[in-house]
Design a protein around this ligand. Structure first.
Ligand code: SF4
Length: 221
């Protein structure tokens, strides 16, 4: 079976195994999504949610409010997210830059050609390819597959992407295997698989729903 056929079967199997989270409807809350994604870097979901909630209780989540906010107060609010000094600096700097260069608006992600919108987002402080792709996919439904740690690990083990490849190579390889309308479910379902079965340290290959399609499967008796 070639990789494309295997990729199709893997997706079908994952769609039968996991239900997609309810929040997959596109969010128009661009700036909130951006700030949440910054907070999520190297942080578990639970702590990301707590930090975002705490930040929202203290400030309105707008470029103007956060550009003017006291740095120490931002740090205190997002402490639970870890790397909080760096993240507070990023939040403040990108709020400033958004105000100064983009009139406080991220609406350009809807109208500009994809690569142009992506590079504009990535010109903001602290916004790397993953953060840009999350905002493009979840807020604008643009055809990109964000590659987080689960997507990287799981797609590599499944042999869908080359080992030791960089972000763009993984994204390109995955996108070439699926249709643009499948990018959102592919991203979410690979994360679900990584969380429940294909864990970083001890993958649960025996119970894994795609173990017959996985070249790294280690099934024991
Ligand atoms: S069979 Fe094992 S290595 Fe392959 S995807 Fe499933 S859990 Fe991961």
């Amino acid at each position: 079976m070639n990789t494309k056929d295997r990729a199709t079967r893997i997706l079908l199997k994952l769609q039968k195994t996991f239900s997609l989270p309810k929040w997959t409807a596109l969010s128009r809350k661009l700036f909130r999504t951006l700030i949440r994604t910054v907070l999520s870097q190297a942080t578990a979901d639970r702590n990301t949610n707590r930090a975002f909630r705490s930040l929202s209780e203290k400030f309105s989540i707008t470029p103007k409010a956060l550009a003017n906010a006291d740095m120490e107060e931002i740090k205190e609010a997002i402490r639970v997210a870890g790397l909080y000094t760096n993240k507070a600096r990023v939040i403040k700097n990108l709020s400033h830059m958004l105000l100064e260069q983009f009139d406080g608006s991220l609406e350009f992600i809807y109208s500009l050609p994809l690569e142009e919108a992506r590079s504009k987002l990535m010109s903001l402080p602290g916004v790397g390819p993953k953060t840009a792709d999350v905002v493009l996919l979840f807020c604008a439904g643009r055809p990109v597959i964000p590659v987080d740690t689960h997507v990287k690990r799981v797609s590599g083990r499944l042999g869908l992407t080359p080992q030791r490849s960089n972000y763009e190579e993984i994204r390109g390889a995955l996108q070439s295997l699926y249709q643009p309308q499948e990018y959102l479910p592919v991203h979410l379902l690979l994360i679900s698989l990584g969380r429940k079965y294909c864990k970083a340290r001890k993958p649960l290959c025996n119970q894994c729903p795609v173990n017959t399609l996985c070249p790294s499967s280690q099934i024991s008796d």
